[in-house]
Design a protein around this ligand. Structure first.
Ligand code: LLP
Length: 426
């Protein structure tokens, strides 16, 4: 009998008492590739993408995967082959798109701190659009574009001042955030951009936050942006595309975000009602395409019962799974092999020398040393945010497709972690 772990996510499930990622047993993956290990389901990624594609059927829309969520080359390859463009935030991410065979004309470049070198390179490679985040950046981009005799396609990120009702560290569209140009300066900024010879205004964009689970903030942001498009066009600057950013949340712990197609049915109805239905649309989803397509397998090293708490010490840590330490984020932790033994409450922690190194608190587990656990919803902002803290090599990654598991990144050795370092002369 198969049993899905999260409603609507059939790719990670128990078959009898054993955890599977699609048709591959998680226990087999742990013994073949070792732990800790990231495992991704290609089918789960494509099914998350399909929800957006259904939502946009018959529309002019480009999905640009926000690769900061998970920038592993094979993951990019999956999305590139499925027709996605990419939302990038650094020259490093641009190099990854090239290495993965992505279409550079479908790349949009976001971020508040693009350097001149990054701008020059992106211009020379012919990316689709720069999402400019400040008036100062417009001047520098104009300058760089003129110096390489190009015109930079630009969209201005406007801060719609909408509360996305998510964690403060991941809300980005409020007045107090560092992102975007203030709503009330937008028209002026567009007029200025249109007058700069090195720039070609092509669009407008916004991104109000991440892990958004409600529709209303999106509807509000859309109204604010459409008001601006009307005002900017009335001031004589045509806007070809509208980019509504990313931010759609996933189910980590009973969260109930709308499905991408349901969200877009609501948003497209508003666009149609306001007469913008046949405008070119862009979106920049990250987490919702990969988050629930991935998990992290980790071995139980020690059980440490205590007076106040019991600790379950595993071989993955905050450097591999930084979200709990950074945002107090919740990830389900489940056994790879279910057992009938009575569970105990444990704080699941890693080997790193910090009290902040926890992965889950007060989890009921019937774990024994040597067992493998799976940390769920680990496809987004885990590997891409991981580090070598405590000289821990970053994890191996496996992607499961119809043919079986593929090692898409080998485990880092200690030598890898210090390969760029030099000793002082003797
Ligand atoms: N576009 C822009 C301009 C962004 O800043 C982001 C994310 C996205 C798109 C993609 O948002 P998504 O669809 O993934 O929500 N590390 C945090 C999340 C930070 C998100 C930053 N910006 C976490 O682990 O929750």
């Amino acid at each position: 009998m198969t049993q899905a772990l999260l409603p609507g996510h059939p790719h990670v499930h128990y078959r009898d008492q054993t955890l599977f990622v699609d048709h591959v047993s998680a226990a087999d993956l742990a013994s073949q590739f070792g732990t800790p290990l990231f495992v991704y389901s290609k089918a789960a990624m494509l099914s998350a993408l399909a929800a957006y594609q259904r939502g946009f059927a018959g529309r002019k829309a480009q999905i640009c995967y926000a690769m900061k969520a998970n920038s592993s080359l094979a993951v990019l390859q999956v999305f590139a082959q499925a027709g996605c463009g990419f939302d990038i935030v650094s020259g490093g991410e641009l190099a990854r798109v090239q290495a993965a065979g992505g279409d550079l004309s479908k790349v949009i470049f976001s971020g508040v701190g693009k350097t001149r070198a990054e701008m020059r390179e992106a211009l020379e490679l012919g990316i689709g659009c720069f999402n400019v985040e400040s008036e100062a950046e417009l001047e520098v981009l104009n300058d760089v574009a003129l110096s390489v005799q190009r015109q930079a396609p630009v969209s201005i990120r406007v801060n719609p001042n909408v509360d996305p009702k998510t964690h403060p560290y991941i809300s980005t569209g409020l007045k107090g955030n560092k992102f975007g140009v203030a709503h009330d300066r937008a028209v002026q900024t567009y007029q200025h951009a249109a007058a700069l010879p090195g720039l070609r205004v092509v669009g407008i964009d916004c991104h109000i936050g991440s892990q958004i689970t409600q529709v209303d903030p999106y509807l509000d942001a859309m109204d604010r942006i459409l008001d601006l498009v009307e005002a900017i066009e009335a001031a004589g600057v045509p806007i070809h595309h509208i980019d509504f950013g990313g931010g759609l949340g996933i189910n980590y712990n009973g969260d109930t975000p709308p499905e991408a197609d349901a969200l877009w049915a609501r948003l497209l109805a508003k666009l149609d009602a306001r007469g913008f239905g046949d405008r070119q649309l862009m979106i920049e989803p990250g987490r919702s395409l990969v988050g629930n397509a991935g998990l992290c397998l980790t071995e139980v090293l020690y059980l440490k019962p205590g007076e106040q708490k019991n600790f379950c010490i595993v071989d993955a840590a905050m450097n591999d799974l930084p979200r709990p330490a950074m945002y107090e984020a919740f990830h389900h932790i489940v056994p790879v092999q279910q057992s009938a033994a009575a569970p105990t409450l444990y704080d699941v922690v890693g080997p790193v020398c910090e009290s902040g190194d926890w992965i889950g608190r007060e989890r009921a587990l019937a774990a024994q040393p040597g067992d493998t656990l799976a940390v769920l919803s680990a496809g987004a902002y885990c590997m891409s945010m991981s580090s070598n803290y405590n000289t821990r090599g970053r994890l191996a990654e496996v992607l499961v497709d119809d043919q079986g598991p593929h090692l898409i990144r080998r485990r880092e050795t200690a030598q890898d972690t210090f390969a760029l370092e030099n000793l002082l002369p003797a």
